[in-house]
Design a protein around this ligand. Structure first.
Ligand code: GAR
Length: 196
């Protein structure tokens, strides 16, 4: 049966748009829900324009914070019968309990060539270290931040006069190709590593 996909965002949601459009075009899965932990996330409006149901759950507004936050998320995922979660610029770390529950069904995109540059400010660190190449990685989400099984990677060059903004947009462009392709293979049960 067609898998139902929830996409988690916190900001501009450009990867979410790429994922939704590819699912709408190629129909390998059903884009079913966009969930944001930020009410002002620009991506929420983009999801509405694409006619995808949205929910916003802000941890800061819930008593008991993390536990209730994830319980509220879980309830929405069950309401929508979600099979797969794609984190796409979702800037909040999920608990081990939540990640364990979704093990093998939750993916993330990270703006570096993992295992290099786990965590935040990847492009700044790439520049500081005078790397000649960087990129993005789609991986399974596990308890250890940015360390799950790698499913796909795409590289981009670093130029001598580069800056963070230029690298960010070059990497994002690749993310928009890598994440849909990797999700498609994942939904079809294919385990070959995607390299772009
Ligand atoms: C993307 O570059 C994604 O790789 C990154 O946030 C950006 C979201 O952009 N994710 C992380 O840094 C996760 N640690 P988008 O909202 O336009 O898709």
């Amino acid at each position: 049966m067609t898998k139902k996909v929830a996409i988690f965002i916190s900001g501009s949601g450009s990867n979410m748009v790429a994922l939704v459009k590819s699912m709408q075009t190629l129909q390998f899965a059903l884009p079913t829900l966009v969930l944001s932990n930020k009410r002002d996330a620009i991506g929420l409006n983009k999801a509405k324009d694409l006619k995808i149901p949205t929910v916003c759950i802000e941890a800061e507004k819930l008593a008991g914070c993390d536990l209730n936050f994830e319980a509220a998320i879980q309830k929405e995922l069950e309401n929508f019968n979600i099979d797969i979660i794609c984190l796409a610029g979702f800037m909040r770390v999920l608990s081990s309990k939540f990640v364990d529950f979704w093990q093998g069904k939750i993916l993330n995109i990270h703006p570096s060539l993992l295992p290099k540059y786990i965590g935040l400010n990847t492009h700044e660190r790439v520049l500081e270290n005078h790397e000649e190449v960087t990129g993005c990685t789609v991986h399974e989400v596990t308890r250890k931040l940015d360390c799950g099984r790698i499913l796909g990677q795409a590289t981009v060059p670093i130029f001598p006069d580069d800056n963070v903004e230029a690298i960010k947009s070059r990497v994002l462009e690749k993310e928009h190709m890598l994440y849909p392709k990797t999700l498609e293979q994942f939904c079809l049960g294919r385990s070959d590593l995607i390299i772009m």
